[in-house]
Design a protein. Structure first.
Length: 261
């Protein structure tokens, strides 16, 4: 799983093409993500682009790492194969690299336990519709409940950035050999002012990179996967340029101290 991926919620066909061109191979999407104009599902937009680049021989399917998610209305065990098949049809693919439960809440929660949903996820893993399975927005109690099945999720995708470091969650996941994936790595809608932070700016100036690059390098350096979304081509390129500088230990500590949540 490439540690730097591309988020696709409210993205565009052009941004997916630009991301492939810039070198991204890991794409995060979901059945319910829409494009920027909210006129078409992102999976369908991505499917058209993947079809182009794979059929023209520019990129092989095996080079891509495609992640999609199970929505809250599909948590019943027998709904999981139907839901993933819908995503695969939209994407024009015959398998996903990773399939996640988008969140622990279910519109059918009264009838469906997390363990039942997780068994449905294991069914699609065993039938080869996805290469791996994981969760998103789970707390530690919820993760513990599915670990009881003996099937370990490969990742928990949660909100994380310098204002929301998720230190206890990261420690818990690492102790179980589960990766953490950070969504909204630049603050998203929860902390829209993150990229104006004075400390991030000071560190960014020292390394001659942007505040966004510092926010993401911080995650990578502590072993966390990042999935920034950008429609501006300049940002798309910049957000993958995370491997030419190193944060010093005290800078990592200073960033960690920005945590507010
Ligand atoms: N599992 C979940 O429940 C969940 C929830 C939320 C998100 N996600 C996933 O995580 C992805 C990313 O999260 P997000 O979209 O909430 O937030 P984000 O990636 O933290 O922020 C996206 C915003 O930052 C801007 N931006 C991107 N790169 C920048 C840069 N280098 N400098 C300045 N601004 C920059 C973008 O601008 P432009 O687009 O205008 O270029 C966009 O407005 C989503 O697309 C989705 O795939 C998952």
């Amino acid at each position: 799983m490439p540690i730097a991926g591309f988020g696709t919620s409210f993205a565009t066909e052009q941004s997916i093409r630009d991301a492939l061109e810039a070198g991204y191979r890991h794409f995060d999407t979901s059945l319910n993500y829409m494009n920027k104009d909210e006129t078409i599902q992102m999976e369908i937009v991505m499917g058209n682009v993947f079809n182009d680049v794979i059929s023209s021989g520019k990129i092989k399917r095996e080079e891509l790492f495609i992640v999609s998610k199970l929505e809250e209305w599909d948590h019943q065990r027998d709904r999981v194969p139907i839901a993933i098949t819908q995503s695969l049809t939209n994407l024009g693919l015959d398998y996903l690299d990773l399939y996640l439960i988008h969140g622990p809440e279910s519109t059918e929660r009264k009838n469906v336990s997390l363990v039942e949903t997780w068994m449905g996820m294991n069914d699609v893993l065993e039938s080869g519709l996805t290469k791996s399975i994981g969760v998103s927005n789970f707390d530690r109690t919820q993760i513990r409940s599915i670990l009881g099945t003996g099937v370990v999720p490969v990742t928990n995708q949660v909100i994380s950035n310098p204002y929301w470091t998720q230190k206890p969650m990261l420690a818990y996941l690492q102790s179980h050999n589960i990766t953490m994936t950070a969504y909204s790595p630049m603050g998203g809608i929860t902390d829209p002012d993150l990229l104006k932070d004075a400390k991030l700016n000071e560190i960014a100036q020292f390394h001659r990179v942007s505040n966004a690059q510092i926010a993401m390098r911080y995650q990578i350096q502590r072993g966390v996967i990042v999935i920034p979304k950008a429609n501006h081509q300049k940002y798309i390129v910049q957000n993958l340029d995370l491997f030419s500088f190193n944060l010093l230990d005290y800078e990592m500590t200073e960033i960690e101290a920005l945590n507010k949540h």
